[in-house]
Unconditional design. Structure first.
Length: 240
């Protein structure tokens, strides 16, 4: 029985700021949509099979049960974030300020561009102990990546927070919250939201330039105006 078809939504050659359509197995796509609409416990395997257009036994051929679907979706999401975050950090080199900015930007972009997938983090409570432990370990790895960078910045006088672990946890909660409220037709683009969260995060870890504006920041600044309802409607008509 093949319980977990390979999922690779971030090809190695893809730049960490680049997002194409979400490429999931159809069963996972429909499971994700059902979980987001009705919650894990409000969704049955029969519901998902009906959305996909297959029988329940056919669905079980690919995934052992509903729990396997949720675990695969959550791990796919966090592994994608980790891959992009590592790439952003590697691109920034050894400068802790540049690494921190790149990692925060990559996390927020993931939350915005992969909102449906990232939103499933709210279902962590529905994971069985073994699956939960594996997922939490991946999330902890992301937290430690950020914490190591903040500690390196503190050692160089770049960051001044006296409570780095608490600051990093606060930053992650703030960034992950983007998946709860971001909308593609909202007043800000994903890139503009990411830029603002980089500034907010820098303030949280005590980077003086985030507050005074006296230091250049190592990420692309976007001067595009906040989108109005009229401009959003125009863009939608153009794209349509």
């Amino acid at each position: 029985m093949n319980t977990a078809p390979s999922q690779d939504i971030t090809p190695p050659a893809e730049h960490w700021r680049s997002y194409g359509p979400l490429d999931l197995h159809p069963i996972l796509t429909h499971a994700m949509e059902a979980f987001n609409e009705h919650g894990y416990h409000g969704t049955s395997v029969r519901d998902i099979a009906g959305r996909v257009g297959v029988t329940v036994p056919a669905l079980y051929y690919h995934y052992e049960n509903k729990q396997a679907l949720l675990a695969t979706l959550l791990e796919t999401s966090v592994k994608d974030v980790l891959d992009r975050c590592r790439t952003a950090a590697g691109e920034a080199g050894n400068d802790p300020l540049a690494r921190f900015c790149g990692m925060i930007e990559s996390i927020v972009l993931s939350m915005a561009h992969r909102r449906q997938l990232a939103f499933l983090d709210t279902e962590i409570r529905s994971l069985e102990p073994r699956n939960r432990a594996r997922y939490v370990a991946l999330r902890d790895y992301l937290e430690h990546m950020l914490l190591d960078t903040v500690e390196a910045g503190r050692a160089q006088g770049v960051f001044t927070t006296p409570i780095p672990a608490d600051a990093v946890r606060s930053v992650l909660v703030m960034c992950q919250g983007v998946a709860n409220w971001f909308r593609e037709d909202g007043p800000l683009t994903a890139e503009e939201v990411a830029e603002r969260h980089v500034l907010l995060s820098l303030g949280t870890v005590g980077h003086p330039g985030a507050v005074t504006g006296g230091l250049p920041l190592p990420f692309p600044r976007r001067s595009s105006p906040v989108r109005t309802s009229a401009s959003r409607g125009s863009a939608q008509r153009t794209s349509g």
